[in-house]
Design a protein. Structure first.
Length: 182
């Protein structure tokens, strides 16, 4: 994996996240030298669908993409659905694209990208049930383990985590991407 020492990576999640889709990428980025922070509409802590509890570092309403070098969006049906209904979280995500910063999204984490209106012309993958939503938002959807499109890394399920983690770290090491935009 690439060295991303000194980079700051935001993880945006809320209650109901897919546990491994938060913990595995978190470990990958921190093992590669980055600092990870949990951003959430909630305060205190959040709980994954399988019981993993994680401390929230900053509320999404108080977070700024300018303070981070990249973003990871874990999946989980409840997590994805609730985040896309939180205006501050949607704005936070959109700002990463406006600032050309790497974004990693796995499983149902991609749902918020439809509300952030950042998918037009982009190639992505996701959990298969999101296909229609992502296509309707302008994306070209493919069924592949991991897809990289100008700084946007996407994967389907926890089975894809090794490939997803490697590509997220690689894109963070590369930094800003001019094609990563709204």
């Amino acid at each position: 994996m690439s060295d991303i020492a000194g980079r700051k990576v935001a993880f945006l999640a809320t209650n109901g996240f897919e546990d491994s889709e938060l913990t595995s990428p978190w470990q990958a980025v921190t093992d590669s030298g980055a600092t990870a922070s949990l951003v959430s509409p909630e305060t205190g802590s959040i709980t994954g669908k399988n019981g993993h509890e994680a401390a929230v570092d900053v509320r999404s309403a108080d977070a700024s993409a300018a303070d981070f070098d990249g973003l990871v969006l874990p999946g989980g049906v409840v997590n994805g659905d609730h985040l896309r209904m939180d205006a501050a979280s949607v704005s936070f995500v959109r700002d990463f694209f406006a600032q050309h910063k790497p974004v990693g999204v796995i499983c149902h984490g991609g749902w918020i990208l439809t509300d952030a209106d950042v998918l037009k012309g982009r190639t992505v993958t996701s959990y298969p049930s999101l296909r229609t939503d992502l296509v309707n938002a302008g994306a070209h959807w493919v069924d592949e383990e991991v897809v990289v499109d100008a700084g946007l890394v996407s994967s389907r399920t926890p089975d894809d985590l090794p490939a997803f983690n490697a590509k997220v770290v690689e894109e963070l090491a590369e930094g800003e991407h001019s094609g990563q935009t709204v």
